[in-house]
Write a protein that binds this ligand. Structure first.
Ligand code: ADP
Ligand code: MG
Length: 295
């Protein structure tokens, strides 16, 4: 009884806080409930510290990142975090038939240049980049927590999975500070902890749906070509590529996935943009919800 009374008194004092910082090329917004500003600051600092750590491991923009050090040659031991992300990436590559593939790096790079210059990649350079794509060129050894890249020129790009994982970790770290009612958003990736005090969940808008959903303790990721694309001769090419053809998507689809973790929702949302309707049965296999919408 006393514990319950104290818990209720605690709940009365909970205040809502929001923090925003830029990491991994975009804003990470933390919204959560805490007893006071000092506690909130500490928790937010802890969460952002963790996100910064993950960025140093997973950023393909930073030459000093751990993932950039993964090159052709013998087996290389990696951090627990990088191994976990690569292992999930591999599993999703297998189960989406390569629609999601972190070795799409060389073609992603070409399309990134295309966006910057306004010119489509040439056929020869595209064919060459595409020949380097293939998740089979990355071998993982769980026993030694090591990675072997079996082909020269392979470039790993975690842009479709790292943010979801970072949101998971931010929610976990907030929890370790006693902050359980939390929502972390980075662009199209959202990870939710417990509901706000006295509520059933956090309202989340899903593209293609009229009403917000009220959610807690899950992850929601949306992918699509809303912002990053290049338009040439009236055709719009997305920053998401089909790794099997090497071409930026032109289908203008948006995919939202609701899963238990950002580590799963983020890559699956990217994969389902590539797969379109064919993703419906794969989503069922994974036990996640999928909402597809065409702009
Ligand atoms: P956003 O970065 O806008 O949240 P996504 O989660 O869909 O969107 O990730 C897109 C990023 O993933 C691209 O910018 C690129 O770095 C990488 N990428 C593009 N296509 C694929 C793909 N088919 N498989 C894996 N990664 C991809
Ligand atoms: Mg994604």
């Amino acid at each position: 009884m006393i514990a319950l009374a104290l818990a209720m008194m605690g709940a009365v004092h909970l205040e809502r806080f929001t923090f925003t910082e830029v990491h991994m090329g975009g804003e990470f917004r933390l919204t959560f409930y805490a007893n006071d500003a000092a506690k909130a600051e500490r928790a937010a600092k802890g969460a952002y510290g963790r996100i910064a750590e993950l960025e140093q491991i997973m950023s393909d923009y930073r030459p000093s990142s751990e993932v950039r050090g993964l090159v052709f040659g013998g087996s290389q031991p990696v951090s627990r975090e990088l191994f976990e992300v690569l292992a999930m990436a591999q599993e999703i590559s297998v189960r989406t038939d390569g629609a999601f593939d972190v070795t799409a790096g060389p073609v992603v790079k070409l399309w990134r240049n295309a966006r910057a210059t306004g010119r489509l990649p040439g056929a020869i350079e595209l064919a060459q980049a595409r020949s380097l794509v293939g998740w089979q060129n990355v071998k993982l050894d769980a026993k030694y927590r090591s990675v072997t890249i079996s082909r020269d020129g392979v470039l790993i790009d975690l842009g479709g999975i790292a943010k979801g994982y970072a949101c998971d970790e931010a929610v976990r770290i907030l929890g370790s500070y006693g902050v359980k009612s939390a929502i972390v958003q980075a662009g199209g990736d959202i990870v939710l902890g417990d509901a706000p005090p006295g509520a059933d969940g956090w309202p989340v808008r899903i593209p293609g749906e009229e009403e917000s959903r009220v959610l807690a303790n899950c992850a929601v990721s949306t992918s699509g070509d809303t912002e990053q694309f290049i338009e040439v001769d009236g055709v719009r090419y997305s920053h998401i590529v089909d790794p099997r053809t090497g071409v930026g998507l032109t289908n203008r689809v948006m995919a939202t996935v609701i899963a238990d973790r950002g580590l799963v929702s983020d890559p699956l949302a990217t994969a389902f943009c590539v797969m379109g309707r064919a993703g419906v049965s794969t989503a069922r296999d994974f036990g996640v919800s999928l909402v597809l919408s065409v702009e």
